[in-house]
Design a protein around this ligand. Structure first.
Ligand code: UDP
Length: 313
């Protein structure tokens, strides 16, 4: 198949590129490299089944030739990135989603939207089922991401209903693994980077807030499975093993052998207190469950961070 992946040079995008090429597909990778990096995909530049286009999908997209799938992953995804790039985030998830939908329609391609657990905001129901409408502050700092992803879901459903476009929507819960940028600001990258450099691990708030962390290969497997199933409503993809941020800090310290102290910092505005996916739908529909235990996933991720630190020296 011929697949366009937007956000292909990013963390999740680049792992999906690896997988789609390994499965024998042709991949057009698109990215404006604002938060992504060519280091994640440059290993494929010599492949005849791969091409890279440097482009911001918030502007009109022109692709020569046919496409079977448009997979739209482009967006800043870390709180510090979307706080730093609020307008760009709103644009890529609104205009960028509109442009990629229009492209899919024009090419007769299927369409895949990466949405997020942030559509649930600071949820008041646990675990979060796809039927939950969420608890989002539209004008808070996270609103630029949460509301634009909610818009992205709405316009994707509208293209499905109005134009009969064959669409998929996933809601991605916290994901980690190699290629999560060290300065990305997310909790797993911060803790590993801090632990390896012997700096204090920064815990925001009391550390009692929870997240559920999935390893990137599990997410990629879920994405691939959903391309094979005709289901247009959103599907949660996440690991239902819930942990406090404090527990994560202890685990990273143990696995890195770090003696770093813990430094408590203020909790960011509207930081969700609990996040836990209900993955019944993904289990039933896709026969999918996350397989990578957090210890194993963290060991892989830590090894990658060590390599990066060694290269930087
Ligand atoms: N967090 C933290 N220390 C850090 C970075 C994040 O305690 O150095 C907390 C953050 O406040 C949140 C959780 O870890 O409660 C997950 O944050 P992240 O930015 O990874 O993703 P989120 O799930 O909030 O989008």
């Amino acid at each position: 198949m011929k697949i366009l992946i937007t956000g292909a040079a990013g963390f999740i995008g680049s792992h999906l590129v690896d997988r789609m090429l390994a499965d024998g597909h042709e991949v057009t990778a698109m990215d404006n490299l604002v938060t992504g990096t060519m280091n994640n995909i440059s290993q494929h530049l010599s492949s005849t089944r791969f091409q890279f286009i440097h482009h911001n999908v918030s502007n009109h997209i022109h692709i020569v030739g046919s496409l079977d799938w448009v997979i739209h992953l482009a967006s800043p995804a870390s709180p510090i990135d979307y706080l730093d790039l609020p307008i760009e985030t709103l644009k890529v998830n609104s205009l960028g989603t509109h442009n990629t939908l229009g492209l899919a329609l024009a090419k007769g391609a299927k369409y895949f939207l990466a949405s997020t657990s942030e559509v649930y905001g600071d949820p008041e129901q646990h675990p979060q089922k796809e039927s939950y409408w969420g608890n989002v502050n539209p004008v808070g700092p996270r609103g630029v991401y949460d509301e634009s992803k909610r818009f992205a879901e709405a316009i994707t459903m509208a293209y499905h209903h109005k134009h009969d476009l064959d669409t998929r929507i996933i809601r991605i819960f916290n994901c980690y693994g190699p290629r999560l940028r060290a300065n990305d600001g997310r909790v797993v990258s911060n803790f590993i980077d801090q632990a390896l450099r012997g700096k204090p691990l920064t815990i925001y708030g009391s550390g009692e807030q929870t997240r559920s962390f999935q390893y990137v290969s599990d997410l990629v497997e879920g994405i691939v499975r959903l391309t094979g199933v005709k289901h247009h409503e959103p599907v949660n993809l996440g690991n239902p093993q819930e942990r406090t941020v404090l527990e994560l800090a202890e685990l990273v310290k143990e696995l890195t052998g770090s003696k770093s102290e813990i430094d408590f910092k203020p909790l960011p505005t509207d930081d969700p207190k609990r996040r836990l996916p209900d993955i019944t739908k993904a289990k039933t529909l896709l026969d999918w469950t996350p397989e990578v235990e957090i210890r194993d996933g963290l060991v892989q991720t830590i090894a990658w961070y060590k390599e990066q630190l060694a290269v930087a020296k």
